[in-house]
Design a protein around this ligand. Structure first.
Ligand code: 3NM
Length: 506
């Protein structure tokens, strides 16, 4: 089961037979992406393998441009051929267990369900999401016997309340019933996470307009049932206080594969905020650790055995542990540039946290890493664009640290202006931030963006308190004081609210 946060709100399922005259299949998909669809499923029931793969590559180029996952209907071989983000399987397609064995833990696998029993089996076997349908009769799918209606969808949702996975509803959904469906199926405990739609988008004169209308109805529906992403400074600060307390009470174990310059500081920072570090590089114990881990931290500072790092990350993803990458010096050499791409592609990252030079280098936005120092540009627009785009492309949270820190999940962007000028003068201060991020996401899995904001705020405020200590008169004493203040501030996290200088950018 993937631990990634996928936005299921508006899920386009394609059907080339519905494209209006004068329009093209790819053109309709592109307009839908411009209109904000959050997921695309390529569904080709009667297309030969060669042309299917050809379409899939073309659609993948579009979804990649918009940072939206591509799911292939039924055909695992096509999904593999184009390296799609996942597959969707029906009840008569390849069984989920075999599909998972073939695709591994990092691909998204969705399963069509029409009954409570099918839903329970799909969840038991590790489905990432369920497609619940058909809600209503639809001419897009001819063999629907008895549509579920709003009550039927709600019944299935109720049956998975205690062991939920994300769900989308499908079948006969359009702007005329989207709001009613979202609100009407909410169980008091869970709700559908999105709407999967074919004809109301594919057959639209302008899919962009259709999608914008659907999204505004979905947003209204989510607002009505109280699902609203936390976006304000007050919400971020309240979250931070609770997040710090959660680290102390849950004491998650953080498996580090980090660099040998900072290993001791990583471990001490982890302990200071209340988590438990383990610094193992032995493949033989990765799985045992993944079973009990809270999170995995990969740090590229002194690269040694890259394959082991990837294996450890994948093992943690299999056990649903968040994975944090610190791409230290990733723009400095050709080798590091290659390795960071492998990490992004193969590790199912939850958070990517680097300095400005590193993040801009990965984003291809002109940043460079000289050695491992940050020399990134200071233009806010460039930074915001970099974190947002990378977050969307890699479906993870991206944190960029510097005089101002920028953190995004692809939708929301926060800026933090805390931090002392002594921070860059000690080696591994950025690495310590990444350790603390791992501690916070391990203990706060409901909102990885705010957990990352909370972690970065904690370290930067602690650095200000450390620098203000009377006996601190340079990097050496500052380093010791920073560990002390990480410990102190997380014992009284309410204080973080007084010191925080946070802005909401989007
Ligand atoms: N699957 P429209 S209903 C592809 O019940 C599909 O699993 C369904 O098309 C299911 O949005 C369906 O045009 C067709 O009604 C949905």
């Amino acid at each position: 089961m993937s631990i990634k946060r996928i936005d299921y709100s508006l899920y386009l399922v394609t059907d080339r037979s519905l494209v209006p005259e004068g329009k093209t299949f790819l053109g309709q998909i592109e307009r839908a992406l411009e209109g904000g669809v959050t997921l695309v499923q390529l569904r080709e029931k009667d297309t030969d393998t060669g042309p299917f793969i050809d379409f899939a590559f073309k659609v993948k180029a579009l979804t990649r441009k918009f940072g939206v996952p591509l799911i292939i209907n039924d055909r695992l071989d096509v999904a593999q051929a184009v390296d799609a983000e996942g597959v969707h399987i029906g009840q008569d397609d390849m069984p989920l267990k075999q599909a998972r064995a073939i695709l591994g833990p990092n691909k998204i696998i969705g399963v069509s369900c029409n009954t409570e029993e099918e839903a329970a089996i799909a969840i038991r076997d590790g489905a990432d999401y369920l497609g619940i349908g058909a809600v209503w009769f639809t001419s897009t799918k001819k063999n629907i016997k008895k549509p579920l209606g709003i009550e039927g969808v709600k019944r299935i949702l109720k049956s998975i309340e205690n062991n939920p996975v994300p769900t989308v509803a499908i079948g006969g959904i359009s702007a005329s019933n989207a709001y009613e469906l979202l609100v009407g199926t909410e169980t008091g405990k869970i709700h559908i996470d999105g709407l999967a739609i074919v004809s109301a988008i594919m057959a639209a004169e302008d899919p962009k307009i259709a999608c914008e209308e659907l999204l505004s109805l979905i947003e209204k529906g989510f607002e009505k049932i109280g699902v609203k992403a936390k976006r304000t400074v007050e919400e971020a600060l309240d979250y931070t206080v609770q997040a710090a307390k959660n680290v102390k009470s849950k004491t998650p174990m953080i498996h580090h594969i980090t660099n040998y310059v900072v290993i001791n500081d990583n471990a001490n920072a982890t302990l200071a905020v209340g988590a438990s570090p383990i610094m193992s590089t032995s493949r033989d114990e990765f799985e045992d650790l993944a079973v009990i881990n809270g999170a995995m931290l990969l740090n590229m500072g002194t690269l040694n055995d890259v394959n082991s790092m990837i294996l450890a990350a994948q093992m943690n993803a299999r056990y649903k542990n968040p994975v944090v990458l610190d791409p230290v010096g990733c723009g400095a050499t050709g080798y590091r540039k290659e390795v960071v791409q492998r990490f992004l592609k193969e590790c199912n990252l939850t958070v990517l946290k680097g300095n400005a030079g590193e993040i801009l280098s990965i984003a291809g936005l002109g940043g460079e890493s000289r050695g491992v120092d940050s020399i990134g540009t200071s233009e806010e627009e460039v930074m915001v664009n970099a974190v947002k785009t990378l977050a969307r492309q890699n479906n993870c949270v991206v944190g960029l640290t510097g005089p101002v820190d920028y953190i995004s999940d692809g939708q929301r962007v926060f800026a933090i202006e805390n931090g002392d000028t002594l921070l860059p003068l000690i080696t591994g201060s950025g690495c310590m931030v990444s350790s603390v991020v791992a501690c916070f996401v391990a203990a706060n899995r409901d909102d990885y963006l705010l957990a990352t904001v909370a972690a970065i705020l904690t370290v930067t405020v602690a650095s200000e308190m450390a620098a203000a200590r009377e006996y601190v008169n340079g990097p050496g004493t500052f380093r010791a004081a920073l560990i002390d203040e990480l410990y102190n501030i997380t014992n009284s996290p309410e204080k973080l609210k007084e010191y925080a200088k946070i802005r909401v950018i989007e």
